[in-house]
Design a protein around this ligand. Structure first.
Ligand SMILES: N[C@@H](CCC(=O)N[C@@H](CS)C(=O)NCC(=O)O)C(=O)O
Length: 219
């Protein structure tokens, strides 16, 4: 079965899906779109008007990255990206949730910074959550609870988010936000990223530059 993944080159949400597809040995082609700009094809595929969207060979349109990951895990359980035992499964899900919410809060800060007059209290509020999520993920990974799988959905969500925090600053999408820094500060997270980014599914899907204007979306 060949899938089509509608994605944007820098998107950490789409990267999670691409990694899961590769880990499961599923064939896919990528169509790149700019969901923020006029002429985007994204609204044709999702009422939520957001990437990523996975289109099956039969034409089923699957959207929202946590749901796409759930869909893939349910339809293609082998090789598993979640451990079978209930406690380990919930633990991996917790890391996935923390990685995904961390990304959401970073997104709020990035978009707020694009506004003509950013709200400092709003940025401070989201920044506290970013520090909190990073500290909690560091605590979890440093405690060595990671289960037997080589990679799981928790790892995928956490590593794609951490890479994105660096990428948005390096690519000029975001100002240099102190709260986005984690490499060398959180040692367990640094070791995790250094290890997994060498894996083929991660190395081949690193975020890449794409021309678009976020400022236009909030002006
Ligand atoms: N909860 C969604 C968020 C996806 C998301 O924010 N995608 C961005 C591209 S990276 C997008 O399509 N933004 C357009 C918009 O929100 O209008 C998911 O996990 O798939």
């Amino acid at each position: 079965m060949a899938f089509t993944l509608i994605n944007a080159r820098p998107s950490p949400y789409g990267r999670k899906v691409a990694i899961a597809l590769q880990e499961k040995g599923l064939e896919y082609e990528v169509v790149y779109d700019r969901p923020w700009n006029e002429g985007s094809c994204t609204p044709d595929y999702s009422p939520l008007e957001q990437l990523p969207i996975l289109v099956s060979e039969e034409g089923e349109k699957i959207y929202d990255s946590p749901y796409i990951l759930e869909w893939l895990e349910t339809r293609f359980p082998q090789p598993p990206l979640l451990p079978e035992p209930v406690d380990a499964r919930l633990e991996a899900r917790k890391r996935q949730m923390l990685g995904e919410r961390l990304l959401d809060f970073a997104g709020l800060v990035i978009f707020e910074a694009q506004r003509p007059v950013p709200s400092e209290p709003w940025i401070e509020r989201q920044t506290r959550k970013i520090y909190g999520a990073l500290a909690e993920l560091e605590r979890i990974y440093a405690s060595g609870v990671r289960p037997g799988l080589e990679v799981d959905l928790g790892d995928i969500a956490v590593v794609t988010t951490l890479d994105l925090l660096e990428f948005v600053v390096a690519d000029g999408i975001s100002p240099d936000v102190e709260a986005f820094r984690w490499r060398g500060i959180h040692r367990a997270l640094t070791a995790l990223v250094e290890q997994l980014d060498q894996r083929a599914s991660f190395a081949s899907t690193m975020p890449q530059h794409m021309e678009f204007s976020l400022a236009e979306t909030v002006a």
